[in-house]
Each structure stands twice: as C-alpha cells, then as structure tokens.
Design a protein around this ligand. Structure first.
Ligand code: PEP
Length: 251
C-alpha cells in the first residue's frame, strides 16, 4: 500500500508575508486529512519562516532544488545539508524548468539526487517529455533515458528515498492536463522500468506523482489510476482553497 503524496511547488512566488498567510489559511483546511502526505516547496528564503509556522504539523517542506556539494566556493548555491538545517525533509530535483532554463542535465540530476539522499532527504525527481518529443513518439525513450541516467548508481535502499514525478512538459502551467489514460500509461511504464533496473519490491513501493495542470476538478480521476500515487502541483498550490481541495480529493 503506497501512501498518496500531494506536493505543492510554489516556484518563484510568495515572499514572507504571503507565504505565511498561505500556510495559515491552508493549515486549518487540511487539519483533518489522514492518509495523505502533504508537502510544500516554498522558495529558499521563506523555508525557515514556513517551517517555524508549521511547528509540529505533519505538513513537510521541500527545497525546490539543491547543489551536489555540501560546502565550498559555490556562490549562490544551496546544499542538501542546508535544506535539512532549514527543516526540509524533501527536495525537488530535475524540474523541467530547471532543465530548460538552468541547463540541468541527467548527469547533474544524478549528482544532486545522490548528494540529497546522502544528507537524508527524500528526493522528488521530475521527468517528462516535451510536446515535440511526444509528437515524435519518443515519450518512452525520453523517460527511459531520464530514469536510467538520473538514477545511475543508486542502490535499492537509496531508492526508498526517491519519489518520481511524471510531468509532461507540455502540461506544466499550460492548463493542458494529460488524460487519465496518458498518465496511467506513462506511470505504468515508469514502474516497469524501475522493476527492471532495480527490483520488483522497489517498483512496488515507489510513489509516482503526476504533475501538469493538476486542479481540484481533475485530481480525483487522475488519482483513481492504479499507478498514480500523488500529484506535484504548481499553480493550484498557490491558493489555500484550491490546494486544500486537491488534498481532499477523496471527498
Ligand atoms: C509544476 O510546477 O511542477 C507544475 C506541475 O505546475 P502546474 O501545476 O502549474 O502545471
């Protein structure tokens, strides 16, 4: 039985006052939720204040990225240990926006995942094809390359700290969601590949989140797919009402 995960990626939004207001508004709306892991990924500058406000709440916090070195002369970078120090239990690695705008590659993704796990973080590893790749029928090739290269040299034990997020790039922030069938087909492919590359038990326990224009009105049917174990939510995580409605998808 895989515990569902709903994670909110705040991207480059929310300064301190707005971030704290969002947490204050969200917390009572989801206080009664059981059996769903809730994760918020604010920007680095508000991790500390958000963590303090969440206090002993079960809501977890995640960094939106990290570097692979723990310390050194790397101006502007944030290390996995710094995220732990700020109260994070999770980190998002390889988001398509980082791959696209900041030259993230499968190799740097792999280095970051290994460093993050070493520091004790759960890593939410994002993979997914562009529209051109889907139109050229390359979706599965892209997913295979991203998984094989991104997860190189991880042990089965380290894989327990990995969650995968299938995020078709054409669905992120566009209002176009993958159909339930497209999501299920990709997630089933990912799980089979992880079974091949690691083990059946590793694949069975792996949480695979869907990301790409998830909203209160499409979450329920996406979550009803057998291989969809959660969602990584961008835009709809920026208001308490819509994110809480997504978290309450079972209602
Ligand atoms: C994301 O940021 O990972 C994402 C899926 O964004 P959105 O929900 O806005 O498409």
């Amino acid at each position: 039985m895989r515990i569902p995960v709903i994670a909110g990626n705040w991207k480059l939004y929310k300064k301190t006052a707005e971030a704290l207001r969002l947490v204050q508004d969200l917390s009572p709306l989801v206080a009664d939720v059981q059996g769903v892991e809730i994760i918020l990924a604010p920007s680095f500058t508000v991790l500390g204040p958000v963590r303090s406000l969440l206090n002993d709440s079960p809501i977890a916090i995640a960094g939106q990225d990290c570097f692979w070195e723990e310390e050194g002369a790397y101006t502007g970078e944030v290390s996995p240990g710094m995220l732990v120090d700020a109260g994070c239990s999770h980190v998002i690695i390889g988001h398509s926006e980082r791959r696209h705008y900041f030259a993230e590659t499968d190799e740097t993704v792999n280095k970051k995942i290994r460093a993050a796990i070493q520091a004790g973080l759960f890593t939410i590893v994002c993979i997914g094809e562009t529209l051109q790749e889907r139109e050229r029928n390359e979706t599965f090739d892209v997913l295979e390359r991203q998984i094989k290269a991104g997860l190189t040299d991880l042990s089965d034990d380290e894989m327990k700290k990995v969650l995968l997020a299938y995020e078709p790039v054409w669905a992120i922030g566009t209002g176009k969601t993958a159909t339930d069938e497209q999501a299920q087909e990709a997630h089933a492919f990912i799980r089979r590949l992880v079974a091949e590359c690691f083990s059946d038990s590793c694949a069975d326990g792996l949480r695979i989140l869907y990301g790409g224009s998830v909203k209160p009105d499409n979450i329920r049917s996406l979550m009803s797919q057998p291989d969809v174990d959660g969602a990584l939510v961008g835009g709809a995580s920026l208001t308490a009402e819509s994110f809480a409605a997504i978290i309450h998808y079972q209602k």
